[in-house]
Write a new protein. Sequence first.
Length: 214
Amino acid sequence: MERIARLVKRVKPDHWSEHLAFVRVGGFEIGHLAAAPYAPQTLAGALRNLERAREVVGAMPQLENIATLLTPPGSCWTESEFIGRVVYGSGAAMLLDLHNLYANACNFGQDPFVILDSLPLEQVASVHLSGGHWESGADGRSRLIDDHIHDPPEAVYELLEMLARKASQALTVIIERDGRYPDFAALLEQIARARAALLIGRAHQREITARHAA
């Protein structure tokens, strides 16, 4: 935290963020972002850690939802309920990774648009768009793996459009890519696609507001 505080002080970023996850426990390093149990004890620990981060760094991080292939043992809430409790309890803004949301929905047989609607959308400040690939496991099931080296699928842009309909605040949208970069023209097309989704969603929001006003 002290190293992050020094970096934030020097760079003066618009915001900083962290994943709502853990990577080590009991002296063991997992080496991968893992979902903690969606339970009261975890909630209490997350709120303590976030307050400590705010005190040390000087600002609360935006909280990012992660992709997970399992529901953590000991959970008594859904992922959305847990995220809402952490966000509202801490007062933190949310960095909503739409591909993580989409991957979790696909892998657990859920509707991504229903999941999106269950999140604290008024707390979303930033958005990540990315892609992944399907992989078959030993059990014969195919799972969508978030890898940041593939283009965002169409469903991710559709989720962005729905978010723009539901959330009236400004949104910082980032296309997240870690490798296998396409031609720059293709990246510009993806940026244009994201902007179009935002514009369509905002236009729909204004239309609904006008109807209610009338």
